[in-house]
Design a binder for this molecule. Structure first.
Ligand SMILES: Nc1ncnc2c1ncn2[C@@H]1O[C@H](COP(=O)(O)OP(=O)(O)OP(=O)(O)O)[C@@H](O)[C@H]1O
Ligand SMILES: [Mg+2]
Length: 458
């Protein structure tokens, strides 16, 4: 319980709610004080005005006729105010009371005094106005109790308002904080799950699109990528283990037969040649895996320069044209003359990437296949195309062929380890390039879309 309370006090929304409540309260009290002051002043002014009006009204009766009228008017007024809210005093020049509720000895003009009169609470405060009417002194005094009542009501309302605001702010802050806390706890528990290896755990979303939801969605997306990455790594490890088992088994069988032959004194030179070829294959697979890992690590990016893609494509075209011909295939290279296609990259890696694509077309397509190499411009990108009219790659396999050691069933009998396209992908990623595989009916069209630095026509 005490932990919950201390958690609540430490929670950001609760602190925010309290801070705002405090500021609001401060503003409320401040404005209350101003309103109170203004209202008091206005009430006092009104009271003075009423007193003065009553005084003038009474004094006027003397101006019209004689003292008798004045005395009777004061008497009437005094009688009329039964509850002594308004009291009067009329004295002659010797200070003797002629009429009214009390005998005034107040100075001329406005003044305050406390009176003890029968029928009113002791020390009732009055506001009075005194002045001479002829030879007589007339004092009109109004009780302050009405004004004080009003002021008390205003003060009470502000007091209750302050209390309500405080209670509402603390209560509302606590409700809000506990709701947000519950969601934060959800995030924390998801992260605990993830740290325990349950990568499929996701933060529950409310769906109202608020900031917590937005952050949670981002975290979920990151988890999605992380789990895909880990899945991929797991698959890669499993594939590597599986794919290396076959050549290692073969190597073991060769060595066992060599051992048998040695016992019987037979010649083992064929076995040794086979064993060497087998271990070379295993070695080159490891080399390729390490190379891909190295490229993915990104260190080569430091060596990037602005280079023209045209000559790279032409060099590959030249190198492989004869190989293709010997293989009963054709390779044509189309480059728009006098155009330089500058990109930011690594020449050796780009060569390796294109070589892998051309070698794939040579290896996985039947004799008679026409292979085309070309460079075009697509918006802000330089597009390098490697196309053939061989068997192509079925749509459902196009994502998978980029995985390490993945080969189509049809290619299992051809030499290779299924790492060529993984390296292509690693190089493309390093260059910020997209790869698309398309069906050419028949054949495969590979397009590498490299961000262009500039293109110059000479
Ligand atoms: N031009 C192509 N036409 C048809 N299938 C292709 C083509 N290019 C690649 N493939 C298919 O994609 C698979 C993966 O290609 P990848 O280059 O990664 O491996 P590989 O060529 O089999 O081996 P290596 O590691 O020697 O390149 C190939 O095994 C093949 O089945
Ligand atoms: Mg290949």
């Amino acid at each position: 319980m005490s932990e919950t309370r201390s958690n609540l006090l430490r929670s950001t929304p609760f602190r925010l709610a309290l801070t705002f409540a405090f500021l609001f309260l401060l503003a409320f009290i401040l404005s209350g004080a101003i309103v109170y002051q203004l209202m008091s002043a206005s009430l006092a002014r009104q009271l003075d005005q009423s007193i003065k009006e009553t005084y003038s009204l009474i004094a006027a009766t003397y101006a019209e006729s004689d003292e008798e009228d004045l005395v009777s008017t004061v008497r009437d007024h005094a009688q009329f105010s039964q509850d002594k809210d308004e009291i009067f005093s009329l004295t002659d020049k010797d200070g003797n009371r002629l009429a009214g509720d009390f005998t005034s000895s107040l100075p001329d003009g406005f003044s305050m005094f406390a009176a003890d009169l029968p029928g009113v609470p002791p020390d009732t405060e009055y506001r009075a106005y005194s002045g001479m009417v002829g030879d007589n002194n007339l004092t009109v005094a109004f009780s302050l109790s009405e004004t004080e009542d009003l002021e008390r009501i205003v003060l009470m309302s502000f007091g209750w308002g302050t209390l309500f605001i405080t209670v509402l702010a603390i209560g509302g802050g606590a409700v809000l904080a506990s709701r947000v806390q519950r969601r934060l706890d959800g995030i924390a528990s998801t992260m605990v799950d993830v740290s325990h290896g349950r990568l499929d755990a996701r933060i529950p979303l409310i769906g109202n699109g608020d900031d917590i939801d937005a952050v949670s969605a981002q975290v979920n997306a990151a988890l999605e990528r992380l789990s895909a990455l880990v899945d991929g790594m797991r698959e890669v490890s499993a594939n590597i283990a599986h794919d290396l088992k076959t050549p290692l088994n073969r190597l073991q069988m060769i060595l066992e037969s060599a051992a048998d032959k040695t016992v019987s004194g037979e010649d083992v030179s064929t076995e040794l040649t086979d064993a060497r070829a087998e271990s070379q294959q295993i070695n080159s697979t490891f080399d390729a895996l390490l190379r891909i890992a190295q490229i993915e690590a990104g260190a080569r990016k430091a060596r990037f320069v602005d280079l023209d893609v045209g000559p790279v494509v032409e060099t590959i075209g030249d190198v492989y044209a004869d190989v293709a011909e010997d293989d009963g295939k054709s390779l044509s290279t189309t480059i728009i003359p006098d155009t330089k296609w500058y990109i930011h990259g690594d020449r050796d890696l780009l060569m390796q990437m294109l070589a892998n694509l051309v070698e794939n077309a040579l290896r996985h397509c039947p004799p008679g296949t026409a292979i085309e190499l070309s460079v075009t411009r697509g918006g802000s990108h330089v597009l390098v195309h490697v196309r053939d009219n061989g068997p192509g790659i079925p749509a459902e396999e196009r994502e998978k062929v980029f995985r390490r050691l993945y080969r189509l069933d049809a290619s299992r009998t051809t030499p290779g380890s299924g790492l060529g396209l993984s390296l292509v992908k690693a190089v493309a990623d390093l260059h910020g390039a997209a790869i698309t595989l398309e069906d050419r009916n028949p054949g495969l069209g590979v397009t590498i879309s490299l961000p262009a630095v500039r293109t110059t026509v000479t």
